[in-house]
Design a protein around this ligand. Structure first.
Ligand code: ATP
Ligand code: MG
Length: 469
C-alpha cells in the first residue's frame, strides 16, 4: 500500500516554532529522540510532505494535535489513524520513546493514580526501567475528566531557577488560549526594567526562583478551572544535582505551594528512592519530612496478561517465527519477570534468530545477556549503585546478604544471621536488620512472611552470574 503523507498547515508554523523554543528542542534532538532522519524533521517544519507516521510522532513530541496541524482534511478511515493501533506495527524499542498507544496495560494503575490524585499528591517511585515514565505518559495522553496533567522530565535540571523556568514554560504552553503567565512576565519586566517578551528567563532572575515559582503557579490556578496535576519525572535526580540547601528549600517551597493551592496536585516520580535524598539532607541537619502529605505508590512490572500481550504484539511486529505465539509470549514474559523494558530487549535479540523460537532459546538468550560483561541489558547498575547508596560500613552487609540470597532459596533472618555473624565485617545484628530494610526500599529484596528473597529473579540471576556464585 502507498504510504500516506501529511504536511504541516502553514498557520501552524508559529506554534511549531514556539513549541520548539519552549521545549528547547532542535531539529537534530527531535530526530535523535524519535530515531528518524533529520531531513524528515526539516521537511515537517518547512511544510513539506512526510510520512503520516513521522508526522504524528513529531506532533506528539511537540504536544501538538496532529489532526489540526495537518494541512487539508486527513481521511480518518485510512491507515493514518490506524497505524498506531495495528499490532503488526509494534517494534522492539528498549528504552526508546514509544507512542502512548504502544504502552500496553497499566489501565488499573492509571485509574488508581487518578483516584488518589482526587484527594492528594503522589510519590510514584519504583525500580529503574520498570515502566514509570511510560505509565505517566499514557496517563497524560488519556487525561481524566476535570484534570489537567502537565508532564515534565527533570533529569537534566541542575539548579532551582532552571526548574522554575521549565515549570513556567509548561504553564505558558497550557495558558496559550487563556493569556500567558502575566504575573511572571510582569515581575520579570520589573526586574529588567523593560517589557519581558522572551521564552527564557534573563540572568537577573536567578536569585528570585521562589517568587517566580509562586507567581507561575498563581497564574496557572487563576486562569485554569481544571485540577492541575504537575507530573515531575526524575525529581530525585534533579534534587541530587542541587546543593543540600537548595534541595531543602525546593522541597519546602513545593510543600507550601501544595498547602496554599489545594487544587494543585504534584506527582513526584523517579527511580532513586527519596529516602536517599532525605538521608543526605538529614546529614546536613534537616529534620522535616517535606512529603508526608503525599501518598506513596510503588511501581510494579506489568500484569502477566499485559506482559504476554506486549510480547505477542512484538512477536507479530518483528515477524518472529514461533510454532505457538501465545506460548512463546508467555515464556518471554515470565523469563524477564514481566518487566516491559526487558521484553523489548529480549525480542530485539530474538529477531535476528533463524528458525523457530523455543523456551530453551529464550532462557539461553536471557542468561547470555545477563552474563555478558558488555552489559547489554544495563544490569551493572545493580552492583554499581551500592557504592553510592550505602556507606563503607554498610557495604559488606549488602554484599553478603545479596550473595547469600542469590544462591539460596528464600531465607529467614535467623538463617541469614547464622552466616553473617561469622564475618567480622557483618557482625552487628541490628545493622544487618537495618540493611535488609534498606535493600527492600531499594527494590532488591522482598519479604514474604518471615522469609526474604530477591524481588526479581532476573536480578537474582544477574547477581549470581556477575559475582561468579
Ligand atoms: N507498558 C508498556 N508497554 C510497552 N512497553 C513499555 C511499557 N512500559 C515500559 N515499556 C518499555 O520499557 C522502556 C522503559 O520504560 P520507562 O522509561 O517507562 O521506565 P522507567 O521506570 O521510567 O525507567 P527509568 O527509571 O529509567 O526512568 C520503555 O522505553 C519501553 O520500551
Ligand atoms: Mg523514567
Amino acid at each position: 500500500m502507498a504510504q500516506s503523507l501529511l504536511k504541516l498547515n502553514s498557520e501552524w508554523k508559529a506554534k511549531v516554532t514556539e513549541s520548539l523554543a519552549i521545549k528547547q528542542l532542535t531539529q537534530s534532538s527531535i530526530a535523535e529522540r524519535l530515531k528518524i532522519s533529520r531531513s524528515s524533521v526539516s521537511k515537517f517544519i518547512n511544510g513539506k510532505p512526510i510520512t503520516a507516521k513521522n508526522f504524528i510522532r513529531i506532533c506528539q513530541e511537540l504536544n501538538l494535535d496532529w489532526g489540526n496541524a495537518a494541512a487539508g482534511e486527513p481521511n480518518r478511515n485510512d491507515e493514518i489513524v490506524s497505524f498506531k493501533f495495528k499490532n503488526s506495527n509494534f517494534k522492539a524499542n528498549p528504552g526508546g520513546e514509544i507512542a502512548p498507544e504502544e504502552i500496553i496495560g497499566r489501565e488499573k494503575l492509571i485509574t488508581q493514580i487518578w483516584s488518589i490524585l482526587e484527594q492528594q499528591s503522589l510519590i510514584f517511585i519504583g525500580e529503574r526501567r520498570i515502566g514509570k515514565s511510560s505509565t505517566l505518559k499514557k496517563m497524560q495522553a488519556e487525561s481524566a475528566n476535570g484534570m489537567l496533567p502537565i508532564y515534565r522530565d527533570l533529569e537534566g535540571i541542575r539548579s532551582p531557577i532552571e526548574f522554575v523556568e521549565v515549570v513556567w514554560q509548561d504553564i505558558e504552553t497550557y495558558l496559550k488560549n487563556q493569556g500567558k503567565a502575566r504575573r511572571v512576565r510582569e515581575f520579570l519586566g520589573q526586574l529588567q526594567e523593560t517589557q519581558f517578551t522572551g521564552f527564557r528567563f534573563p540572568k537577573i532572575a536567578d536569585n528570585y526562583w521562589k517568587t517566580l515559582l509562586i507567581k507561575a503557579i498563581e497564574d496557572l490556578v487563576t486562569l485554569q478551572e481544571q485540577q492541575i496535576v504537575f507530573i515531575w519525572d526524575e525529581i530525585p535526580h534533579m534534587l541530587e544535582n542541587f546543593s543540600d540547601r537548595a534541595a531543602r528549600e525546593m522541597l519546602d517551597t513545593l510543600r507550601s505551594l501544595r498547602q496554599t493551592y489545594p487544587d494543585v496536585r504534584m506527582v513526584f516520580s523517579g527511580s532513586i528512592g527519596l529516602h536517599h535524598i532525605f538521608k543526605n539532607l538529614r546529614q546536613a541537619g534537616y529534620r522535616n519530612d517535606p512529603t508526608n502529605d503525599m501518598y506513596t505508590l510503588d511501581g510494579q512490572p506489568l500484569a502477566l496478561e499485559d506482559a504476554i500481550a506486549l510480547a505477542s504484539y512484538l512477536i507479530a511486529g518483528e515477524n518472529i517465527s514461533t510454532f505457538n505465539v501465545e506460548k512463546s509470549a508467555r515464556d518471554i514474559a515470565e523469563a524477564v519477570d514481566c518487566i516491559p523494558f526487558y521484553i523489548h530487549h529480549l525480542i530485539n535479540q530474538l529477531k535476528g534468530l533463524e528458525g523457530e523460537v523455543t523456551q530453551n532459546i529464550i532462557h539461553t538468550i536471557v542468561e547470555d545477556c545477563l552474563r555478558n560483561p558488555l552489559n547489554p541489558w544495563k544490569m551493572d547498575h545493580y552492583r554499581e549503585r551500592i557504592d553510592n547508596y550505602y556507606t563503607k560500613e554498610q557495604q559488606p552487609y549488602v554484599l553478603n546478604i545479596l550473595d547469600l540470597l542469590a544462591i539460596n532459596p528464600p531465607t529467614s533472618f535467623s538463617k541469614l544471621w547464622q552466616v553473617l555473624y561469622q564475618d567480622p565485617q557483618t557482625s552487628n545484628k541490628e545493622m544487618a536488620r537495618t540493611i535488609i530494610r534498606l535493600l527492600m526500599k531499594d527494590y532488591y529484596l522482598i519479604q514474604s512472611g518471615t522469609i526474604y528473597s530477591f524481588r526479581y529473579s532476573l536480578v537474582q540471576k544477574y547477581w549470581r552470574f556477575s559475582r561468579g556464585l
